[in-house]
Design a protein around this ligand. Structure first.
Ligand SMILES: *Cc1c(COP(=O)(O)O)cnc(C)c1O
Length: 203
């Protein structure tokens, strides 16, 4: 069954979120030409991509889920882009690992854009200091901001806020927008959208 891939502006990167999907569907996405994939968990990502990497040299793998400090080695080894830098300890450990592996990955800072207590992401009030820490003190390559707006609310105001924060920090990349709201995200300036269920069907 072929996947339903939306037509997008050429400057928007479509990240196919392959978490919890079958091998058949992942192979179908590759057959249809998709090359950017997002995963939430390191172990599952290794299972999906370690071997496929050998056959597709032009893959770009994005880590879009929370990173634990004991998984930084595997994360740096497998992924090409990290979207979920959200606290000083993880930023420092990741950088150490990048130096060790001589693999300096582009990163996004994840922002807790709805200021929700249970959500990952750096608080908006701490963003500027955290960005300075990541770039100046540690030397991470921060290319943009990422966020997941609160569920069951209109997403557009949160996308606009993330765009404003990125502009303020002179960051060009914005990872925002999922199956239900990606069109709004693009209107607000998303450069990377992360689509799971609308491409692959339910998980
Ligand atoms: C699962 C996930 C997605 C994809 O969500 P869909 O609603 O299935 O498109 C996007 N971003 C993150 C961070 C996710 O965890």
């Amino acid at each position: 069954v072929s996947l339903n891939i939306p037509l997008l502006p050429s400057d928007v990167t479509l990240i196919a979120v392959s978490k919890k999907q079958s091998d058949a569907k992942i192979d179908q996405a590759l057959a249809q030409g998709l090359r950017h994939f997002g995963e939430n968990q390191i172990q599952e990502a290794i299972k999906h991509w370690k071997d496929r990497r050998q056959n597709y040299s032009d893959l770009t793998l994005h880590l879009i889920g929370p990173l634990q400090s004991n998984k930084t080695k595997e994360a740096v080894a497998l992924f090409d882009v990290i979207h979920t830098i959200d606290r000083p300890k993880i930023a420092a450990l990741l950088h150490q690992e990048m130096v060790k592996q001589q693999k300096h990955l582009p990163c996004f800072i994840q922002v807790n854009i709805g200021d929700e207590p249970q959500k990952s992401g750096i608080a908006i009030s701490e963003l500027n200091a955290f960005h300075a820490y990541c770039t100046q003190e540690i030397g991470l390559t921060i290319i943009g901001l990422m966020a997941i707006p609160p569920a069951n609310e209109e997403a557009t105001p949160y996308f606009q806020k993330l765009k404003f924060l990125a502009d303020d920090l002179n960051l060009s990349e914005l990872s925002m927008g999922m199956s239900d709201d990606y069109q709004h995200a693009i209107e607000c300036g998303a450069t990377h959208i992360r689509l799971g269920s609308m491409l692959f069907g339910d998980r």
